[in-house]
Ligand binder design. Structure first.
Ligand code: AMP
Length: 441
């Protein structure tokens, strides 16, 4: 937490009051950095994940502006658009707006699929200060002529990386194409890969960039190691490790990361065929199917879960003792998120990363980010000594590497601790301030 207090932002009094009532004393780092930028009207590119307080980082400046404007929207006018990847997140964001803006009068509406569109179109026709929407339904209503985005003064893209992973890129571009050029854009993403950067470049104008590093704690310990293995041997190596893990302790849970949705699905199928109970979780699954998969994992019915990065973000399962990076992540940040799934609540955990020849550069990026070499585990039958040598020669960090068996040696062990998870709820329309509004948007 920073030294700055909320009062230093000069937020409108009703917002200050709501924050005091909520018991917020200090802004979180993302809030301390984003709020002054957003209040100036500058575009923002923020790299921060859920649990860092990023919702208030954009909601407070937006509500502050609405308080200053102090004028209700005209019929059909929409002032702010917040795009979120899922209905759950949309509801959560709306809840936050309502909590921070509880002493303000403003109109907020939600638009997402899976429910009747009529209450949503009615709310849109009345005019909204804040519209929170998922891309698919919004585009659908736009195509039917129910949405006028020409008055939007602030556009927020929340969890941009997750949107991309869920295949919303074209929808986002189409929606953004209907926004006025003269606007403020606030762009949030947990990771910043190439595709995200390209999208950000196309949407933002001279943005200020803010990067909130994942928080590390020393209380929890993760035993990390890298296993050099040729690509073709990865599966056999995975089977060996999981068989060993399950033979030792049936109640321990293992999370396996695959880079692609297709890869996750295929891998889970192969594990099952090999007699290892596994399931896959990825963005293509419906919320209900994902929940079922998670429940089965949590209670140990399927002790192995194969996940993609984005799908894994909502996973808060306590007894995961083993994380396996079947593929190394394209973005080094994800490594930290992944291994943070184990060693929860002070328990110890292991994180094994498979590294094949085309992943040596990814391993190097990870080591640079975590400022430590990942100890090498060469004590497995698929160990590739030539890859290990290439990594050593390629030079990651200027630190000695442990070339020996097991997970000894290496640098400090650190672990990542995540913020609280979002709590999916079934509400689909929220009321802003004291103004009553039709339900159901
Ligand atoms: P978010 O990352 O926006 O989902 O926020 C994560 C959690 O932190 C939510 O439960 C917020 O209510 C809470 N939170 C956000 N900002 C603060 C703050 N400055 N002080 C205390 N709690 C906060």
């Amino acid at each position: 937490m920073s030294e700055i207090t909320f009062s230093s932002f000069s937020l409108a009094e009703p917002l200050q009051r709501a924050l005091t009532e909520k018991g917020y004393t200090q802004p979180s780092p993302i809030q301390a950095q984003s709020i002054p930028v957003a209040m100036k009207g500058t575009d923002l590119l923020a790299c921060a994940q859920t649990g860092t307080g990023k919702t208030a980082a954009f909601a407070l400046p937006i509500l502050h502006r609405l308080a200053e404007l102090n004028r209700k929207p005209q019929r059909g006018e929409i002032r702010t658009l917040v795009l979120t990847p899922t209905r759950e997140l949309a509801v959560q964001v709306a809840d936050s707006f309502n909590a921070y803006g509880k002493h303000l009068r403003f109109r907020i509406g939600l638009v997402y699929g899976g429910v009747s569109q009529h209450p949503q179109t009615r709310a849109l026709q009345n005019g909204l200060d804040v519209l929170i929407a998922t891309p698919g339904r919004l585009l659908d209503l736009m195509e039917q002529g129910f949405v006028d985005l020409s008055k939007i003064s602030c556009f927020v893209l929340d969890e941009a990386d997750r949107m991309l992973d869920m295949g919303f890129i074209n929808d986002i571009r189409k929606i953004a194409g209907k926004l006025p050029a003269e606007r403020q854009t606030l762009f949030f993403s947990a990771t910043m890969g190439q595709e995200i950067s390209r999208l950000a470049n196309s949407l933002l104008r001279s943005p200020e960039e803010i990067r909130i590093a994942p928080q590390f704690t020393t209380a929890e310990k993760i035993d990390q190691s890298v296993l050099f293995v040729e690509k073709d041997n990865k599966q056999a190596l995975l089977f060996n490790i999981l068989e060993g893990q399950l033979a030792n302790n049936q109640r321990e849970l293992s999370l396996v990361f695959s880079r692609t949705k297709h890869g996750a699905k295929k891998l889970a199928e192969k594990l099952n065929r090999a007699g290892i109970k596994a399931d896959a979780i990825h963005g293509n699954k419906s919320q209900a199917a994902r929940q079922k998969t998670l429940d089965r994992f949590r209670d140990g019915r399927t002790p192995v879960l194969v996940a993609t990065d984005v799908a894994a973000r909502g996973i808060d399962v306590r007894n995961i003792t083993l994380v396996i990076n079947f593929d190394l992540p394209m973005e080094a940040d994800s490594y930290v998120h992944r291994i943070g799934r184990t060693a929860r609540a002070g328990a110890s955990g292991r994180a094994l990363s498979f590294c094949s020849s085309d992943e040596l550069n990814l391993l190097r990026s990870v080591e640079r980010l975590i400022k430590q070499t990942v100890p090498v585990d060469s004590g497995h039958e698929h160990h590739s000594a030539s890859l290990a040598a290439r990594h050593l020669q390629g030079g990651g960090l200027d630190q000695p590497k442990s070339g020996g068996k097991g997970r000894s040696g290496g640098g400090r062990q650190r672990s990542f601790s995540r913020g609280p998870d979002r709590n999916p709820r079934g509400k689909n329309f929220r009321r802003g301030g004291r103004r009553p509004r039709p339900a159901g948007a």
